[in-house]
Design a protein around this ligand. Structure first.
Ligand code: ADP
Length: 286
């Protein structure tokens, strides 16, 4: 089944130069881009949890650039470090070594207040569980991050976002009066309305039926294509990943591969190969 619809056909031509090489049988594409094109990046990031016998190296020397106006999916077997990478890139978690930048701002050394402001002003979040406030209407939920920041929405942009996620007739409803798909559409609008540098989505379709999931992925795709939004999505679903421009594959805390303009079949095939590589690697190497 072609899950891409018309999306693949209209994808932008890739900017920058690319070099290919092979690692553990998975094709890796390293890209070089102008720094001003980069919405967020990780440089030599290690994330270590615990110490001694209980130590876990969740990320091992990960470097990645997220280009503006691009939709990136992060995939990998369970425990490979997807959530850790996303949380570090989003400034929700600190790194052990290395550096994360959002725009040109290095996160290390920022005070809590500055980090909170940067996350509020420059980052949008979409979670698997929607995370809407039950006592607020859809509209109030969408505008909450801006209200907290003391900012007013750009009326034209607010209307565009509402139209994009098709919520015009649901704005006065509370989350309990909305379906799961509609609640996630509210969460998407909330993430997009402040025009953040980058939106991080953590399994955004994990709690939805396939039709609602496809709608959400379509909105995310549209916000990238029509409005130049940068999106990073963690997913374990090859179909969801096929909506992205680029899929990054993690295994054991290392980026081991990348696909551009992926199809669901190509993603599935890569995941199967990765699962085999992980299974064949001696436990002492994990
Ligand atoms: P994924 O999202 O790919 O399933 P995670 O990023 O959640 O993987 O986890 C990567 C590794 O780090 C796993 O081995 C996990 O057990 C470990 N890990 C994640 N969070 C913590 C934590 N707070 N304390 C200790 N270990 C953790």
């Amino acid at each position: 089944m072609d899950v891409l619809g018309g999306a693949a056909a209209t994808r932008r031509a890739e900017a920058g130069s690319a070099t290919d090489h092979k690692l553990k049988g998975v094709r890796v594409t390293a890209t070089v881009a102008n720094m001003t094109d980069i919405a967020a990046r990780a440089e030599g990031v290690w994330k270590v949890y615990g110490s001694g016998e209980a130590q876990v190296q969740a990320l091992r020397n990960v470097s990645v650039e997220l280009r503006r106006g691009e939709f990136t999916a992060i995939m990998g077997p369970s425990g490979s470090g997807k959530s850790t990478l996303m949380h570090c890139l989003a400034g929700l978690d600190t790194v052990s070594t290395g550096e994360v930048y959002i725009g040109e701002t290095a996160l290390k050394g920022l005070s809590d207040a500055k980090l909170t402001k940067l996350r509020r002003d420059q980052v949008g979040f979409i979670f698997q569980q929607f995370n809407l406030l039950p006592t607020l209407t859809a509209k109030e939920n969408i505008l909450l991050p801006l209200a907290i920041a003391g900012r007013k929405p750009d009326p034209g942009w607010f209307d565009t976002v509402i139209k994009t996620v098709d919520l015009a007739d649901r704005l006065s409803h509370r989350p309990t009066q909305l379906s799961g798909g509609q609640q996630q559409r509210v969460a998407c609008a909330r993430a997009l309305v402040s025009r953040p540098d980058v939106v991080f989505a953590d399994e955004p379709t994990g709690n939805l039926d396939s039709r609602s999931g496809a709608e959400i992925l379509g909105f995310l795709r549209q916000s990238v294509q029509l409005h130049g939004q940068t999106i990073v999505m963690v997913t374990h679903d090859p179909n969801a990943a096929s909506y992205a421009d680029r899929v990054i594959f993690l295994a054991d805390g290392v980026i081991v591969g990348e696909l551009r303009n992926p199809t669901a079949d190509a993603v599935l095939d890569t995941m199967k190969r990765l699962d085999r590589v992980v299974a064949e690697t001696p436990v002492s190497d994990h």
